[in-house]
Design a binder for this molecule. Structure first.
Ligand code: TEU
Length: 545
């Protein structure tokens, strides 16, 4: 009962441009670097690239602070390079989706420069201004995601402006119809260029009602999105994915039920924050596997017939999945493959973050001076000033800093991992000498070929794209299992999430004298007896007779 869309069996690859490939050896990845790697991506088999922001920006938040939506930052290249990337990608049947950051702009955006000139400037209302409180202080206690207050005082006009992120990222005022119009116009300009869609940064914040202390999921949110849909991509065949940190399945259905004309799908983060104590990423706790299974199962089941899931383990804001839910040492390769199989056999559109396909890991830089991310640096300051020891904060940074995802892509074992001949903007992970693309392409058993295989299976087997999902061993502390099925076929997926071997008893309905193995990371099983022993991090998908 779901109308098929091209993005239902798509696999998306996220590129963080500054860390991907540096074509001109200035230490910074760029568009021409990406163009040079399109054949590599074609080999992997992905057919969509989500490009993190490449627009003109002062780079306070690595491009998530945009000063011109219709120009390219010189460090990444030119608009001609962008056009060439679109054309070269198209030749390889790869679509490019742009990162649309419209909850806020840079403080160097011409709108904001105008807005701060005077209270009666025509652009004043593009942003959110409030009077100081009675004592001349901040209007309220609203905090910024990057630490400290969300209000910044503007000397010239004597008012505060709102910034949910850095003080150089003032929030746009979506109650102003002119803001809507401008954003729609800009989106249409990109659509006319032939892009494949948008990833919409923190889009759940645009319906905010700040005086009622509402930021996420505000009352006007879905109206604003429906208006955006109607004015821009609604009648175009594009993929749209909203970043929505607090979405529940109910909310995700509002966004992604096609009948509502909003987005193709959203990113939900419930499976990500399970290892954050009380939602605080700087207080990491170990994974509770049954909780992870409950969350992912809930999303699979709830969005089965209404809406659509996106499937991801990591992105440019999150630690590397092999470090987070797998194993960095001895079992890095099997655990990376196990995690890939577990995710890619589910229903939804999978996203691969650059380097995930070769099992890149977190990094543990020795000093805070090695870090670049604004969130990491701000919280280091705030927390060490508030009594956390520098060692403890650095340890938390090693686990959850966004820079874990942002070290340069490891292409080969030459200096700087083959990313650049120059000193990169952030250090390369020292393990590039053995974890790199050249090594992966040379090894038929590499993580890379495992991803390639999973992507090919999705293209070949409708059951992976549209089949039903049913969990098995729901309460098992070590094994994640599920069955995907349609009228033609049943596929069993079993994954051991631990470094111990485990034995499970299969119910009769899952036993078989002969099975066809689709993918595995140890020896492919050919039969399913009553008891099955899974090696450390073993995982497989088999077709049941
Ligand atoms: O991220 C939204 C966001 O809330 C993250 O900053 C997240 O809370 C944090 O990483 C978890 O600790 C988006 C972008 O993906 C991010 O890179 C930007 O910094 C942010 O919006 C502002 O545009």
């Amino acid at each position: 009962n779901i109308t098929p869309k091209w993005w239902h069996d798509a696999v998306v690859y996220q590129i963080y441009p500054r860390s991907y490939c540096d074509s001109n050896n200035d230490g910074m990845g760029d568009l021409r670097g990406i163009i040079s790697k399109l054949d590599y991506l074609k080999t992997l088999g992905v057919n969509v690239i989500w490009l993190s922001p490449v627009y003109q920006s002062p780079m306070d938040d690595n491009g998530y602070d945009i000063s011109d939506y219709q120009d390219i930052a010189p460090m990444f290249g030119t608009m001609a390079d962008m056009d060439e990337l679109l054309a070269e990608a198209k030749q390889r049947d790869i679509r490019i989706i742009m990162d649309l950051v419209v909850n806020h702009t840079s403080d160097e955006h011409p709108w904001f420069k105008e807005a701060r000139k005077s209270k009666d400037n025509p652009y004043r209302d593009y942003y959110i201004w409030r009077q100081p409180n009675e004592d001349g202080g901040v209007p309220d206690e609203m905090g910024s995601v990057f630490g400290g207050t969300a209000w910044e005082f503007d000397e010239q006009t004597g008012e505060y402006f709102l910034h949910i992120f850095s003080k150089r990222q003032p929030d746009l005022n979506w109650e102003n119809p002119k803001v809507q119009e401008e954003v729609h116009k800009m989106m249409n300009w990109w659509i006319d260029k032939g892009i494949g869609g948008f990833r919409l940064d923190v889009i759940d914040l645009i319906g905010k009602e700040i005086d009622k202390k509402i930021t996420g999921n505000g009352p006007r949110l879905h109206t604003l999105i429906q208006e955006m849909n109607r004015a821009t991509f609604g009648d175009k065949d594009v993929l749209t994915v909203g970043e929505t940190w607090d979405a529940t399945p109910e909310i995700a259905k509002l966004y992604s039920n096609p009948a509502r004309d909003e987005f193709s799908m959203v990113f939900q983060f419930e499976h990500i924050s399970l290892t954050w104590q009380h939602g605080d990423k700087w207080s990491p706790i170990p994974l509770d596997l049954p909780a992870l299974k409950r969350v992912l199962t809930k999303w699979q089941v709830e969005l089965a017939d209404e809406g659509w899931n996106s499937l991801f383990w990591n992105n440019h804001d999150l630690p590397r999945i092999v470090s987070k839910y797998g194993c960095e040492g001895e079992y890095r390769v099997p655990s990376a493959k196990m995690l890939a199989t577990t995710l890619h056999m589910m229903k939804g559109t999978p996203y691969v973050f650059q380097g995930e396909e070769i099992g890149m890991t977190n990094v543990a830089f020795p000093s805070i001076d090695d870090y670049r991310d604004i969130e990491t640096l701000n919280f280091y300051k705030v927390r060490t000033e508030n009594g956390v020891s520098p060692e403890d904060q650095l340890a938390a940074i090693h686990v959850n800093s966004r820079d874990n995802a942002r070290t340069p892509m490891q292409w080969d074992d030459s200096a700087n991992g083959g990313f650049s001949d120059a000193q990169p903007w952030i250090n390369v992970n020292p393990n590039y000498t053995h974890i790199n693309v050249a090594q992966a392409l040379d090894d038929p058993n590499s993580i890379f070929y495992h991803y390639q295989h999973l992507i090919a299976l999705r293209k070949a087997m409708p059951v992976i794209v549209y089949g039903s999902f049913e969990p098995v061993f729901e309460d098992h502390p070590a094994v994640f299992g599920y069955v995907r099925a349609n009228d033609d076929v049943r596929v069993l997926v079993l994954s051991n999430f631990t470094r111990e071997s485990v034995t499970v008893d299969l119910p009769e309905s899952l036993q078989a004298e002969q099975v066809e193995c689709l993918i595995s990371n140890y020896t492919a099983p050919s039969t399913l007896a009553q008891t099955v022993t899974l090696q450390p991090y073993e995982s497989f998908a088999v077709v049941l007779p």
